[in-house]
Design a protein around this ligand. Sequence first.
Ligand code: RIB
Ligand code: CA
Length: 314
Amino acid sequence: MSPPQKLIIDTDPGQDDAVAILLALASPELDLLGITTVAGNVPLSLTQENARKICDLAGRQDMPVFAGADRPLARNLVTAEHVHGRTGLDGPELPDPVTPLQDRHAVDFLIETLRQEEAGSVTIAPVGPLTNIAMALRQAPDIAPRIGQIVLMGGGCFEGGNITPAAEFNIYVDPEAAAEVFAARIPIVMMPLDVTHKALTTTVRTQAIRGIGTRTAMAVADMLEFFERFDEEKYGSDGGPLHDPCTIAWMLRPDLFAGRQCNVEIETGSDLTMGMTVIDWWQVTDRPHNAFVVGDIDSDGFFDLVTERLARLP
Ligand code: RIB
Ligand code: CA
């Protein structure tokens, strides 16, 4: 077996973020170096606490968790309590966190880790607004060629937006940060709504997770049953889209996904389409490719993977 892939998850937990973190913690193919938190679904004070609660749930109080940006680069914070609940992790009753919050700022951890680790050996998986990543690139441009790849959840192509008709939440919250990350010439794998909306937490799938019977699985089932209600009401679907774990699943089983290299630009001027990811899927321009955009998923295979890995946790 090849050595574990080194990984940093940048996150705004978030029930779907929680499953992404747990999937990474349950997978020996991955070496999770640390979790950096950012304001997004809920304010930073809650996203950092939620990340620590998730580590507690997995029995990983050793996992370094860092607090990062408490607001976007250049605009006011927009949050999503209407989707994730007041705490951002509504559903299960989780105790106050034991996993400590590291003193270092998340951006400093990102920079120092990327400078210390072998160039190209670290994957960053942002599953929230891209503020921390953009701040790290601004503060230390030398780290850009040292990042192996960025596997991010964000944006939309034919699926449109979920926070405005044009924009997906993670990009919309900090479009300036997203524009700088997509312009940084770092290999990017992008999981937009087009693929995550095919990864629905149907009743059968959620029951399979609850049926594992462990404390982690029961808590995840409670999270999903809370989280999915918003999208079920909005789209009339059975279940809600399990967005963020698609990034981790890509690292474990890229064969579950399909996509193509595209040019992706971010709208940062128009109020009407602010945060829109303009994806040249049909290559009608000669703009350079800057992201592998994923459009399809084997959703049964994805949930089999998620369920099998969650069963490995306490
Ligand atoms: O639009 C979905 C994204 O926004 C997910 O990352 C979810 O956790 C929220 O952050
Ligand atoms: Ca998220």
